[in-house]
Design a protein around this ligand. Structure first.
Ligand code: AMO
Length: 436
């Protein structure tokens, strides 16, 4: 009597009796009279038991030779037993077939991140790794649910473009028939086009590409960008209000679904953030950080990573909050499309959102008045001829609008207190990594 295969987590719902399970061998405890094997599939682990005697000698020999990570099929007898620590049940082995004998694992728990990435499919077998991507799934789902409830339209913009969407410095070129295409650095231009098209409120979750040669823990050459754009804003304040609600919903969903396991595996007790998130103008942030003894070295006055860490720590200490919006960035460090408020041309209606010490997002109200947009593009030294198509959206009228872009891997990294987006990206891409 062969039973259909059961996921290990479902064993708990079955009556005692014949079962079939498949999975990877986690550990083997090979004793004289009895053998124990911990078997794992994606849903959990269970204990197999094989009493050693004349009848089971052949199976016993197989179990003695099992390598960690080998893939096996087991037909046996399920028995609930409160004394078994792992799930209160065990499967007495009837037949054990080794489907794949695993090679010696090339990685161990203490292998370097680079080595682990070389063997990512093995690295991802760790339950911690799977939790990371379950959390990511919950976050994305919560984002989508929130936006659907709020009447947003989900769009998919092309990743092959004829022009740059952000600074030309980080542009990947692709041969494209008779011409050259560029990989989209951001859906920026297209999400604004959707405002001209009268879509009102849109979002997109999709890859973005940056030919960024840096090797930091927060930069990839390909990443998943979470983007939103909304019409009829009074200022960037409306964008921040939407943004913080979205994140509060996501953190709450993660706590509900994975809170306990996160505590267990990562030692973190997640708290739902209170609304509104703190907001501090950029100039004030600089003052606080510099008074704290850190001199920002950047010529353009933008915050550096140490400044982000410090303002985040300051906010945590004084307001108990993990998030902070740094608002009113100087126009010198912002792209041409950020709106500058009337009479205060030196700043922009924009923000960066910092979460547990690292920037996760940039947002802004956009300049929707064609003349000013053109002037600002010229002032920034943009190739205005290349921008004509984009500028054209504004010649037919675009409502005041704004939006943000946010790196998904950064959100997950900072939520779980991990040290690099390499851990929270399924397959990381960097300047020297195209494999696997
Ligand atoms: P920005 O360039 O700041 O803004 O990018 C927005 C967010 O995207 C993430 N991000 C990255 N993540 C991993 N690797 C990278 N190389 C990388 N570059 C950016 C970060 C960052 O905060 N168009 C604007 C957004 C907007 O205004 O709507 C933009 O792209 O989390």
């Amino acid at each position: 009597h062969t039973q259909p295969r059961t996921l290990i987590k479902d064993l708990a719902t079955l009556p005692d009796g014949p079962v079939t399970v498949q999975g990877w061998v986690e550990t083997v405890r090979d004793q004289k009279r009895v053998q124990f094997v911990i078997l794992r599939d994606e849903s959990g682990s269970a204990q197999l038991v094989n009493p050693v005697n004349e009848d089971t000698a052949e199976t016993a020999a197989t179990i003695s030779g099992l390598m960690h990570g080998s893939f096996v099929t087991v037909r046996g007898d399920l028995k609930a037993d409160e004394r078994v620590k792992l799930g209160g049940l065990e499967v007495k082995v009837g037949e054990l077939v080794v489907e794949t004998v695993a090679k010696d694992s090339p990685i161990a728990d203490d292998s370097s991140i680079d080595k682990r990435l070389d063997w990512r499919f093995l690295d991802l077998r760790r339950p911690e790794a799977q939790l990371i991507f379950r959390v990511q799934t919950t976050i994305e789902h919560a984002f989508r649910q929130h936006w659907i409830d709020e009447g947003f339209i989900e769009i998919h913009t092309p990743k092959l473009m004829a022009t740059a969407s952000e600074s030309r410095a980080e542009l990947f070129e692709v041969p494209y028939f008779e011409t050259t295409a560029y990989l989209a650095q951001s859906p920026q231009l297209f999400k604004q086009m959707a405002q001209s098209a009268g879509f009102g409120r849109i979002f997109e979750i999709a890859p973005a590409f940056r030919a960024d040669p840096s090797f930091t823990s927060r930069h990839a050459t390909e990443f998943t960008s979470v983007d939103a754009e909304i019409s009829w804003v009074e200022s960037h304040e409306d964008v921040m209000a939407m943004h913080e609600q979205l994140l509060a919903k996501a953190v709450t969903a993660v706590i509900e679904r994975h809170g306990e396991e996160i505590q267990q595996r990562f030692g973190i007790e997640l708290q739902a953030p209170t609304l509104p998130f703190p907001r501090i103008p950029h100039a004030e942030v600089k003052r606080i950080v510099e008074e704290g003894g850190h001199t920002i070295e950047r010529a353009d006055g933008d915050l550096d990573p140490e400044a982000e860490r410090r303002i985040s720590a300051h906010v945590k200490e004084t307001q108990g909050h993990d998030f902070v919006f740094v608002t009113e960035y100087p126009s010198t460090v912002r792209p041409f499309y950020h709106l500058r408020p009337e009479g205060r041309e030196e700043v922009t209606n924009s923000y960066d959102l910092i979460y547990n010490g690292v920037e996760i997002s940039t947002g802004a109200q956009r300049e929707h008045r064609i003349e000013r947009l053109r002037e600002q593009a010229l002032e920034k030294g943009m190739d205005v001829a290349e921008l004509e198509e984009y500028l054209g959206f504004f010649e037919y009228g675009v409502p005041p609008h704004g939006g943000f872009g946010m790196g998904l891997a950064r959100v997950v990294m900072l939520m779980l207190g991990l040290s690099s987006i390499r851990e929270t990206t399924f397959l990381f891409r960097g300047p020297t990594r195209l494999h696997p």
